[in-house]
Design a protein around this ligand. Structure first.
Ligand code: HEC
Ligand code: HEC
Length: 146
Protein backbone atom coordinates (compact mmCIF):
# COMPACT_ATOMS: atom_id res chain seq x y z
CA UNK A 1 0.00 0.00 0.00
CA UNK A 2 3.05 2.24 0.55
CA UNK A 3 3.75 2.29 -3.15
CA UNK A 4 0.18 3.16 -3.82
CA UNK A 5 0.28 6.14 -1.46
CA UNK A 6 3.55 7.35 -2.93
CA UNK A 7 2.11 6.99 -6.39
CA UNK A 8 -0.95 8.97 -5.37
CA UNK A 9 1.18 11.73 -3.87
CA UNK A 10 3.26 11.82 -7.04
CA UNK A 11 0.12 12.04 -9.10
CA UNK A 12 -1.09 14.92 -6.91
CA UNK A 13 2.14 16.85 -7.49
CA UNK A 14 1.97 16.17 -11.20
CA UNK A 15 -1.62 17.40 -11.32
CA UNK A 16 -0.70 20.49 -9.29
CA UNK A 17 2.19 21.27 -11.61
CA UNK A 18 -0.10 20.76 -14.59
CA UNK A 19 -2.60 23.32 -13.28
CA UNK A 20 0.17 25.83 -12.54
CA UNK A 21 1.42 25.38 -16.11
CA UNK A 22 -2.04 25.71 -17.62
CA UNK A 23 -2.72 28.88 -15.61
CA UNK A 24 0.63 30.39 -16.65
CA UNK A 25 0.07 29.62 -20.32
CA UNK A 26 -3.46 31.00 -20.18
CA UNK A 27 -2.26 34.16 -18.44
CA UNK A 28 0.42 34.57 -21.10
CA UNK A 29 -1.94 34.19 -24.06
CA UNK A 30 -4.77 36.11 -22.41
CA UNK A 31 -2.51 39.09 -21.67
CA UNK A 32 -2.37 40.14 -25.34
CA UNK A 33 -5.87 41.61 -25.57
CA UNK A 34 -5.48 42.73 -21.95
CA UNK A 35 -2.34 44.74 -22.87
CA UNK A 36 -4.19 46.09 -25.89
CA UNK A 37 -7.08 47.17 -23.68
CA UNK A 38 -4.71 49.12 -21.43
CA UNK A 39 -2.90 50.72 -24.39
CA UNK A 40 -6.26 51.65 -25.90
CA UNK A 41 -7.43 53.27 -22.66
CA UNK A 42 -4.26 55.36 -22.45
CA UNK A 43 -3.70 56.31 -26.11
CA UNK A 44 -7.00 56.04 -27.97
CA UNK A 45 -10.07 56.30 -25.77
CA UNK A 46 -9.91 60.08 -25.33
CA UNK A 47 -10.81 60.49 -29.03
CA UNK A 48 -12.39 57.17 -30.11
CA UNK A 49 -14.29 56.72 -26.86
CA UNK A 50 -14.07 54.10 -24.11
CA UNK A 51 -16.62 51.94 -25.96
CA UNK A 52 -15.05 52.64 -29.39
CA UNK A 53 -18.15 54.48 -30.64
CA UNK A 54 -16.11 57.58 -31.44
CA UNK A 55 -16.59 61.18 -30.33
CA UNK A 56 -16.69 64.69 -31.79
CA UNK A 57 -12.94 64.20 -32.19
CA UNK A 58 -12.80 60.87 -34.01
CA UNK A 59 -14.80 58.25 -35.92
CA UNK A 60 -16.18 55.05 -34.40
CA UNK A 61 -13.92 51.99 -34.55
CA UNK A 62 -16.84 49.57 -34.20
CA UNK A 63 -16.62 48.57 -37.86
CA UNK A 64 -12.93 49.14 -38.43
CA UNK A 65 -11.02 46.43 -40.31
CA UNK A 66 -7.79 44.69 -39.37
CA UNK A 67 -6.18 46.12 -42.51
CA UNK A 68 -7.16 49.68 -41.55
CA UNK A 69 -5.65 49.22 -38.08
CA UNK A 70 -2.48 47.85 -39.66
CA UNK A 71 -2.24 50.92 -41.90
CA UNK A 72 -3.03 53.61 -39.31
CA UNK A 73 -0.94 52.11 -36.52
CA UNK A 74 1.82 50.63 -38.68
CA UNK A 75 2.57 53.99 -40.33
CA UNK A 76 2.43 55.96 -37.09
CA UNK A 77 -0.67 57.91 -38.18
CA UNK A 78 -2.40 56.86 -34.97
CA UNK A 79 -2.54 57.86 -32.19
CA UNK A 80 -3.28 61.33 -33.55
CA UNK A 81 -2.61 64.40 -31.45
CA UNK A 82 -4.57 67.60 -31.29
CA UNK A 83 -4.26 69.85 -33.21
CA UNK A 84 -4.35 67.57 -36.25
CA UNK A 85 -2.04 69.82 -38.25
CA UNK A 86 0.83 68.32 -36.26
CA UNK A 87 -0.59 64.88 -35.91
CA UNK A 88 1.51 62.65 -38.11
CA UNK A 89 4.37 60.81 -36.44
CA UNK A 90 7.28 59.97 -38.68
CA UNK A 91 7.19 56.37 -37.46
CA UNK A 92 4.98 54.26 -35.21
CA UNK A 93 5.22 55.06 -31.50
CA UNK A 94 4.37 51.43 -30.66
CA UNK A 95 6.42 48.25 -30.99
CA UNK A 96 5.10 45.54 -33.37
CA UNK A 97 4.03 43.54 -30.29
CA UNK A 98 2.09 46.53 -28.92
CA UNK A 99 0.45 47.09 -32.31
CA UNK A 100 -0.54 43.41 -32.34
CA UNK A 101 -2.04 43.73 -28.84
CA UNK A 102 -3.94 46.90 -29.76
CA UNK A 103 -5.22 45.25 -32.93
CA UNK A 104 -6.37 42.18 -30.97
CA UNK A 105 -8.28 44.36 -28.53
CA UNK A 106 -9.91 46.62 -31.12
CA UNK A 107 -10.85 43.65 -33.34
CA UNK A 108 -12.47 41.98 -30.31
CA UNK A 109 -14.86 44.96 -30.26
CA UNK A 110 -15.22 45.50 -34.02
CA UNK A 111 -17.37 43.78 -36.63
CA UNK A 112 -14.99 44.92 -39.36
CA UNK A 113 -13.27 42.64 -41.84
CA UNK A 114 -10.39 40.52 -40.55
CA UNK A 115 -8.99 39.88 -44.03
CA UNK A 116 -5.42 41.10 -44.44
CA UNK A 117 -4.53 41.79 -48.06
CA UNK A 118 -1.11 40.50 -48.99
CA UNK A 119 1.01 43.25 -50.49
CA UNK A 120 4.40 42.75 -52.05
CA UNK A 121 6.54 45.12 -54.08
CA UNK A 122 7.54 42.80 -56.86
CA UNK A 123 5.03 44.36 -59.28
CA UNK A 124 5.49 45.85 -62.72
CA UNK A 125 6.56 49.49 -62.26
CA UNK A 126 5.51 50.60 -65.75
CA UNK A 127 2.08 49.01 -65.46
CA UNK A 128 1.71 50.57 -62.01
CA UNK A 129 2.45 54.00 -63.41
CA UNK A 130 -0.19 53.53 -66.11
CA UNK A 131 -2.74 52.37 -63.54
CA UNK A 132 -1.85 55.29 -61.28
CA UNK A 133 -2.32 57.83 -64.07
CA UNK A 134 -5.66 56.29 -65.05
CA UNK A 135 -7.09 55.85 -61.54
CA UNK A 136 -5.33 58.07 -59.07
CA UNK A 137 -3.59 61.01 -60.74
CA UNK A 138 -6.81 63.02 -61.11
CA UNK A 139 -6.75 63.60 -57.37
CA UNK A 140 -3.22 62.82 -56.21
CA UNK A 141 -1.43 64.47 -59.15
CA UNK A 142 0.73 62.79 -61.79
CA UNK A 143 3.75 62.78 -59.47
CA UNK A 144 1.72 61.78 -56.41
CA UNK A 145 2.31 65.15 -54.76
CA UNK A 146 -1.40 65.84 -54.30
C1 HEC B 1 -6.39 63.08 -30.87
C2 HEC B 1 -7.48 62.21 -31.26
C3 HEC B 1 -7.16 60.76 -31.64
C4 HEC B 1 -6.46 59.82 -30.92
C5 HEC B 1 -5.79 59.97 -29.56
C6 HEC B 1 -6.51 58.60 -31.71
N1 HEC B 1 -7.22 58.80 -32.86
FE1 HEC B 1 -7.58 57.41 -34.29
N2 HEC B 1 -8.49 58.83 -35.46
C7 HEC B 1 -8.68 60.16 -35.08
C8 HEC B 1 -9.28 60.88 -36.20
C9 HEC B 1 -9.64 62.36 -36.24
C10 HEC B 1 -9.42 59.95 -37.26
C11 HEC B 1 -9.94 60.20 -38.68
C12 HEC B 1 -8.70 60.59 -39.51
C13 HEC B 1 -9.00 60.74 -40.98
O1 HEC B 1 -9.97 60.17 -41.48
O2 HEC B 1 -8.19 61.42 -41.64
C14 HEC B 1 -8.94 58.66 -36.75
C15 HEC B 1 -8.91 57.51 -37.49
C16 HEC B 1 -8.50 56.28 -37.00
C17 HEC B 1 -8.56 55.05 -37.74
C18 HEC B 1 -9.07 54.87 -39.16
C19 HEC B 1 -10.53 54.56 -39.06
C20 HEC B 1 -11.10 54.02 -40.33
O3 HEC B 1 -12.33 53.86 -40.36
O4 HEC B 1 -10.36 53.73 -41.29
C21 HEC B 1 -8.09 54.06 -36.92
C22 HEC B 1 -7.96 52.59 -37.25
C23 HEC B 1 -7.72 54.69 -35.67
N3 HEC B 1 -7.98 56.05 -35.75
C24 HEC B 1 -7.19 54.02 -34.59
C25 HEC B 1 -6.69 54.65 -33.46
C26 HEC B 1 -6.03 53.96 -32.38
C27 HEC B 1 -5.86 52.44 -32.31
C28 HEC B 1 -5.65 54.90 -31.49
C29 HEC B 1 -4.82 54.70 -30.23
C30 HEC B 1 -3.52 54.08 -30.44
C31 HEC B 1 -6.10 56.18 -31.99
N4 HEC B 1 -6.73 55.99 -33.18
C32 HEC B 1 -5.92 57.41 -31.31
C33 HEC B 1 -8.37 60.71 -33.87
C34 HEC B 1 -7.63 60.11 -32.86
C1 HEC C 1 -11.56 61.15 -56.18
C2 HEC C 1 -10.26 61.51 -55.66
C3 HEC C 1 -9.28 60.37 -55.35
C4 HEC C 1 -8.89 59.34 -56.18
C5 HEC C 1 -9.33 59.05 -57.61
C6 HEC C 1 -7.92 58.59 -55.41
N1 HEC C 1 -7.75 59.14 -54.18
FE1 HEC C 1 -6.50 58.47 -52.71
N2 HEC C 1 -7.19 59.87 -51.47
C7 HEC C 1 -8.11 60.86 -51.79
C8 HEC C 1 -8.39 61.63 -50.59
C9 HEC C 1 -9.36 62.82 -50.49
C10 HEC C 1 -7.60 61.07 -49.55
C11 HEC C 1 -7.56 61.53 -48.09
C12 HEC C 1 -8.63 60.71 -47.38
C13 HEC C 1 -8.64 60.93 -45.87
O1 HEC C 1 -7.68 61.45 -45.32
O2 HEC C 1 -9.64 60.51 -45.25
C14 HEC C 1 -6.86 59.99 -50.15
C15 HEC C 1 -5.98 59.21 -49.44
C16 HEC C 1 -5.18 58.24 -50.01
C17 HEC C 1 -4.15 57.52 -49.31
C18 HEC C 1 -3.76 57.72 -47.85
C19 HEC C 1 -2.72 58.81 -47.80
C20 HEC C 1 -2.27 59.11 -46.40
O3 HEC C 1 -1.24 59.82 -46.27
O4 HEC C 1 -2.91 58.72 -45.44
C21 HEC C 1 -3.58 56.66 -50.19
C22 HEC C 1 -2.43 55.71 -49.92
C23 HEC C 1 -4.26 56.84 -51.44
N3 HEC C 1 -5.23 57.82 -51.30
C24 HEC C 1 -3.98 56.16 -52.60
C25 HEC C 1 -4.71 56.23 -53.76
C26 HEC C 1 -4.49 55.39 -54.91
C27 HEC C 1 -3.39 54.33 -55.02
C28 HEC C 1 -5.43 55.75 -55.84
C29 HEC C 1 -5.69 55.12 -57.19
C30 HEC C 1 -5.92 53.69 -57.19
C31 HEC C 1 -6.24 56.81 -55.25
N4 HEC C 1 -5.77 57.07 -54.00
C32 HEC C 1 -7.28 57.46 -55.89
C33 HEC C 1 -8.67 61.06 -53.01
C34 HEC C 1 -8.56 60.23 -54.09
Amino acid sequence: MKVDRRFRRGACYALGLFFVLVTTVRAATGSDAETGKTLYAIHCSSCHGATLYGSVNAPSLRNVSRAALDFWLGTGRMPAHLPYAQDIHQRPIFSPAQIASLTEFVMSQSRGSTIMPHVDNTGDLVRGRTLFIMNCAACHGVTGSG
